[in-house]
Design a protein around this ligand. Structure first.
Ligand code: DHB
Ligand code: MG
Length: 223
């Protein structure tokens, strides 16, 4: 699709469904703090909230809270008593997310854990914490394979694992350069989604940024 058309499609879809965004103030606060606009799109947020309605997860894990915007979408149709644990390593991002979630009145449902996701997940596994019903991987793109292996240990058959940003911004798809660790990691991750017998997966193209650049969201069901 030509670039101007994908930007137009992205704007059109956002306009159609613009009335229900639970995180407009969250995005404004992030902007005020000088954070980059790397939130999930509103269309993706709507999709996540619909998946929560379908799967009715009581325990959600998010890796990479950033501003808290995606957690607010995940919380939108969270069942009564459900809980979202969101991990954030960057202290400015964690503070922004904490404020956004408090201001939205969702701090009962959403808990921010500040720290390194790998260490936190290893600790959860060591403590035999209950499995998650849904996980959203949106942290360090160079750590995606490690995150997935750890999440599998915190999953059950039927857990839904979602993964953001599976199409790298640069380079030739399927032939990542050795000098591009993000593209290498994402290509290996995508191959794992496609072939790992523990998962049934799809990668859906998505439109991001003002330009409507094509990215991809992974959806994996744990078998
Ligand atoms: C970017 C986008 C993301 O969704 C993300 O999680 C991290 C970075 C980006 O566009 O740079
Ligand atoms: Mg992302």
């Amino acid at each position: 699709m030509e670039a101007s058309k994908s930007a137009e499609v992205k704007r059109y879809l956002a306009r159609l469904f613009s009335a229900c965004d639970p995180g407009l103030a969250a995005k404004e606060r992030a902007k005020g703090l000088g954070l980059p606009n790397i939130h999930i799109t509103d269309t993706m947020g709507k999709f996540l909230s619909l998946l929560v309605r379908l799967a009715r997860p009581m325990r959600i894990l998010e890796i990479g809270a950033f501003s808290g915007y995606s957690a607010l979408w995940l919380a939108r149709h969270l069942p009564e008593g459900g809980k979202i644990l969101t991990i954030e390593k960057n202290s400015l991002h964690a503070a922004c997310a904490r404020e956004n979630i408090a201001q939205a009145g969702r701090d009962q449902a959403i808990e921010i854990i500040e720290g390194d996701a790998t260490e936190i997940l290893e600790d959860m596994i060591a403590k035999c914490q209950p499995s998650f019903d849904l996980a959203f991987i949106d942290g360090d793109k160079k750590e995606y394979l490690g995150y997935l292996e750890l999440i599998l240990k915190l999953s059950r058959p039927g857990t839904l694992i979602l993964s953001d940003n599976l199409i790298p911004k640069r380079g030739k798809l399927g032939r990542p350069l050795k000098s591009d660790p993000t593209a290498l990691e994402l290509h290996a991750f995508n191959q794992m989604l496609a072939s790992d017998p523990r998962l049934d997966s799809i990668i859906l193209p998505s439109l991001v940024k003002e330009s409507g650049r094509i990215d991809g969201l992974g959806l994996s069901l744990v078998l």
